[in-house]
Design a protein. Structure first.
Length: 167
């Protein structure tokens, strides 16, 4: 039996719908403060329909259009949550952005050390224009997000004293 369109979704349902692992959704919550699922006992997450539309929009911008997390954050700040939700519902397109905003964050992947994957003169080209397939871009973004999550976990363990700082 399918749920009503207005029903809340669990993290596993949303992850399956967006074709991303659950840890990616949890990671996005740390990078996009607009994602605020309802949390129930035991920390279970329940996503509202608007949350799911926002996540679909973020996914499209990251994986479909080749934006970086910083680029999507800029779009959220300048265009608003409703705009990104519209992208998630297929009602909006990044082509409606101002040309300078459309290029913001495209063509570069910021690494944890602050460096970027592309040279400065290539920053105006999207990763798809650089010859990366959507699947390859998706794989790279997922790997990068996993590395960020590992770094976060290690930093947390080091600050709690469970792992010596030098290791």
């Amino acid at each position: 039996m399918d749920k009503s369109p207005d029903a809340f979704r669990t993290i596993s349902e949303v992850a399956e719908d967006l074709d991303v692992p659950q840890h990616v959704l949890r990671f996005w919550e740390t990078r996009f403060n607009h994602i605020k699922p309802l949390k129930r006992g035991g920390g279970r997450r329940y996503y509202r329909p608007d949350d799911v539309d926002l996540l679909k929009g973020i996914r499209q911008l990251l994986y479909g259009e080749g934006y970086t997390i910083k680029g999507v954050q800029r779009i959220l700040k300048e265009e608003g949550v409703r705009f990104v939700q519209g992208i998630g519902r297929g009602e909006q397109s990044v082509t409606t952005l101002h040309p300078e905003a459309a290029q913001a964050g495209v063509g570069e992947i910021e690494l944890p050390n602050g460096s970027h994957l592309y040279e400065e003169e290539d920053a105006a080209c999207s990763p798809l224009q650089q010859g990366l397939s959507p699947e390859a871009l998706h794989g790279l973004q997922a790997a990068l997000e996993e590395l960020y999550e590992c770094d976060r976990v290690l930093s947390s363990l080091k600050s709690s004293g469970e792992v010596p700082a030098g290791e």
